[in-house]
Design a protein around this ligand. Structure first.
Ligand code: SF4
Length: 425
């Protein structure tokens, strides 16, 4: 049941490592999709007004419609006295939990200001957990922009939960990474049709559904940015199933196949279950990828999805990758995608933004995938760009979303072509 691998992929390609100025969002951004996923969780950012503004701007109207995150503002007086900051945090949490009995999991999310004043949120979480347990479990993680990129917020959040998960000796599959409920349901349905179960999810929709973990747990990641969560689960004795990530028809099939092999699913059952959704995915990709055929793409490091997406765009949409930049390259996670990515592109890790902009301008790619901060200036120079952040806010995993995923990349090219045509008329 092994895949037809290309003879030479990018796993052994020397990686260009850069350490310089970076242009990325901070890890607080993850709260936007995590709060939708975990329905009885509350995310309390211990930060400044800047952090509150970032959340409001990123979340838009959501903050009013469904307030399950907020900010405990560190005032200037807090910055002068840690005792005040701790007492204020305890009061804020007590007020919140008294008002909101629906909250079962509370995340204290660290920020640049809380890190700068060295507010010990781990100790605060322990203190508050003992006060508010068993009704509420209090966790902490950092979403600070000093050292994190925007998808690391989810990684830090899930990694913070792993040590507190109950122990289990059951042989179970754990699927790790937040997906919209509709996509998660598709994933669970495919696994159920293959006869694989029980399947647990991290994060779970509710605290009561949190998985147990142990030496007989095998886990599959659906997001490539979960390096710390991977390490935390491995420390609990769980075993990772390396596989390409479930983007596109090929990635989804390879991801499912790795699990099917682990659980001894017969080949004909695998073919029977996947044949129809594979055909639908291939058809949708063919329609959506017409503008992408023969075009070049350049990835700035941002979401950590870059390597699996480059694999999808080159192998399934006919694009050529010029450079694939990623904030961190974790071979244990993206190795199977590197194996499939045809040799040719520069693989870069980290960022020195000016040098990378020089390379991008010299290459003049048809499409540039980058963060919000770079997109506007590059568009002004006439480049066609795609914001990486949209890839995390949009359902893109598994067969039924494969066409939409290709569409996310073809839309900016189509828009540019229309604008050019209008300008010429
Ligand atoms: S955590 Fe840091 S980077 Fe993020 S919004 Fe707050 S101050 Fe800005």
């Amino acid at each position: 049941m092994s895949l037809d691998l290309p003879t030479i992929g990018c796993r052994t390609t020397p990686v260009l490592k850069e350490r310089g100025q970076r242009e990325v969002f901070c890890g607080l951004t993850g709260i936007i999709w995590l709060h939708r996923k975990m329905q009885d969780a509350f995310f309390l950012v211990v930060g400044s007004r800047t952090c509150a503004h970032l959340l409001q701007a990123a979340a838009g109207v959501m903050i009013f419609a469904e307030p399950r995150f907020g900010t405990a503002i560190l005032e200037e007086k807090d910055l002068a006295g840690l005792a005040d900051a701790n007492a204020e945090l305890d009061r804020e949490v007590a007020r919140l939990l008294a008002r909101r009995p629906d909250i079962k999991q509370l995340f204290l999310v660290g920020s640049c200001p809380s890190e700068v004043i060295k507010l010990d949120l781990a100790r605060a979480a322990e203190r508050l957990s003992s006060v508010h347990s068993p009704h509420v479990r209090v966790y902490n993680y950092s979403g600070s922009g000093i050292e994190t990129t925007f998808t690391q917020g989810e990684d830090a959040c899930l990694a913070a939960m792993v040590p507190t998960l109950p122990a289990s000796t059951a042989r179970e599959l754990l699927v790790v990474g937040a997906m919209p409920d509709v996509v998660e349901d598709q994933c669970l349905s495919l696994l159920a049709q293959l006869g694989i179960g029980p399947v647990r999810m991290l994060p779970a929709r509710r605290a009561g559904d949190l998985p147990a973990v142990g030496a007989n747990t095998v886990f599959a990641l659906v997001q490539p940015f979960l390096g710390d969560t991977h390490a935390a689960l491995t420390r609990r004795g769980a075993r990772h199933l390396p596989a390409p990530f479930p983007f596109g028809e090929e990635g989804t099939t390879a991801w499912l196949r790795a699990i099917a092999e682990e659980f001894g699913v017969p080949r004909d059952l695998f073919e029977q279950v996947t044949a129809a959704p594979r055909a639908r995915a291939l058809k949708a990709i063919a329609t959506q990828s017409q503008e992408l055929q023969g075009k070049s793409v350049f990835f700035f490091p941002d979401s950590q999805l870059e390597i699996p997406l480059a694999r999808f765009l080159t192998r399934e949409c006919g694009m050529t990758a010029v450079e694939v930049g990623t904030p961190y390259l974790h071979e244990g996670l993206v190795g199977p995608d590197l194996d499939l990515l045809p040799q040719g592109p520069v693989i870069s890790e980290g960022q020195d933004v000016e040098k990378q902009l020089d390379r991008q301008r010299a290459a003049a790619p048809d499409l540039t995938v980058c963060g919000l901060g770079l997109a506007n200036p590059l568009e002004a120079e006439g480049h066609t760009t795609k914001w990486a952040i949209e890839l995390v806010f949009t359902p893109v995993h598994f067969y039924e979303q494969a066409g939409d995923l290709a569409g996310l990349f073809s839309r900016p090219l189509r828009r540019k072509a229309i604008l050019r045509k209008e300008a010429a008329e």
